[in-house]
Design a protein around this ligand. Structure first.
Ligand code: CA
Length: 371
């Protein structure tokens, strides 16, 4: 038995050497070929699938997972490759969480607030009306205890979440008619996910949840009266200006929108430590890169919308924003009373926000006025 194994090993080594001598560089010496061949028999490669909630290769949102996969592939020397799928290619956009939780795929890329039916606290890790900006959210996640809570909330589902990009402040959305008072929100059918939908419900509107790819046709057909999506860079790509005249610049419902990588816990734990670290570092890099891209490209897209497509920019009246803020406080209190997980995360979030806000009010808020 021992001799047989030895023969198999020697045969395997010889064929690996033949293979390498056929495709290797000309300068390779015999001894280094041997070394490479012996090593290559022990290298384990991993091929993962990542499903997303975005159209394949969509600017910003859809490119974040593509960039992540490229980083991981290159940093690991091809030991971990990740195939990225657009919404609907393997699973629908809103089934990303389940696919990762069940282990159908190893990874997903999406937005945390889509899972508020499963994890009431999830929107707090992504986008919250009148909540944190992107830099504040990242500070909380990485240095304020947010990431520990994020992981705690997703653990029962066998998922490790990682911050996976941020769009920065989002526009108030596209409307077919102007919003001059709270009355104009009554009966309005608007695509708006997350807790902002609950806030609008209090105002008498009808919030609708649609994935990105479903919005344009719904707005054009009149199935919905209004929609929010992201901001100029992404909204221009979907062509919403063809279906609604008024574009509200007011930031209220998503002062930042954190995207997320969802990783099946068992798949992650099965990786060697260096590949795990590559995933962590690549996620952190893409998290920042996405925000940088939106910041760089939003305003030129806004110019195109106004100058070429004659979009009418509007702001919500202060009285409307004040009322929406009041409703937001009510939604927060109701959610915290209903769910212990939400209450725990909200305590951490709101304390951190109060703290960082007082600093930002002293510094950046004044600076924005003065520069
Ligand atoms: Ca949005």
């Amino acid at each position: 038995m021992k001799n047989l194994l030895k023969k198999v090993f020697v045969l395997g080594l010889a064929s690996a050497m033949l293979l390498l001598s056929g495709c290797g560089g000309k300068q390779t010496s015999n001894s280094s070929v041997k070394g490479t061949a012996a090593q290559s028999t022990t290298i384990q490669k991993y091929h993962w699938k990542m499903v997303t909630s975005w159209p394949k290769n969509f600017p910003g949102l859809g490119m974040a997972p593509e960039k992540f996969a490229k980083h991981v592939n290159e940093m690991s020397g091809g030991r971990l490759t990740i195939q990225v799928y657009g919404a609907g290619e393997l699973v629908p956009g809103f089934e990303v969480f389940d696919a990762v939780s069940q282990g159908t795929v190893q990874m997903g890329h999406s937005g945390a607030y889509y899972w508020k039916g499963k994890i009431p606290a999830s929107p707090l890790f992504g986008a919250l009306p009148f909540g944190m900006t992107a830099t504040e959210l990242n500070a909380w996640l990485y240095y304020g205890g947010g990431m520990e809570l994020y992981r705690e909330m997703y653990k029962p589902f066998g998922i490790i979440p990682m911050a996976g990009g941020n769009t920065g402040a989002q526009f108030g959305g596209w409307f077919k008619k102007e919003i001059n008072s709270m009355d104009d929100l009554k009966g309005l059918k608007m695509r708006i996910p997350g807790l902002a939908g609950d806030v609008l419900k209090k105002a008498g509107a009808i919030p609708v949840n649609l994935t990105g790819g479903e919005i344009f046709s719904s707005l054009q057909s009149g199935a919905i009266d209004a929609t929010e999506w992201v901001g100029p860079y992404n909204d221009l790509a979907f062509g919403f200006y063809q279906a609604a005249d008024y574009y509200y610049t007011s930031v209220w419902h998503e002062p930042s929108a954190g995207l997320e990588f969802l990783i099946n816990e068992k798949a992650f734990n099965s990786l060697p430590k260096d590949l795990q670290q590559i995933i962590i570092v690549a996620a952190r890099a893409v998290n920042e890169d996405t925000l940088d891209e939106y910041n760089a490209r939003n305003n030129s897209a806004l110019k195109t919308l106004v100058e070429e497509h004659h979009v009418k920019l509007r702001q919500f009246p202060p009285a409307v924003l004040a009322q929406l803020k009041k409703y937001t406080a009510e939604v927060m209190a109701e959610q915290a009373a209903k769910d212990a997980g939400f209450a725990k995360v909200w305590k951490s979030y709101s304390e951190f926000l109060a703290n960082i806000r007082s600093y930002n009010d002293l510094t950046l808020k004044e600076y924005y006025k003065n520069r």
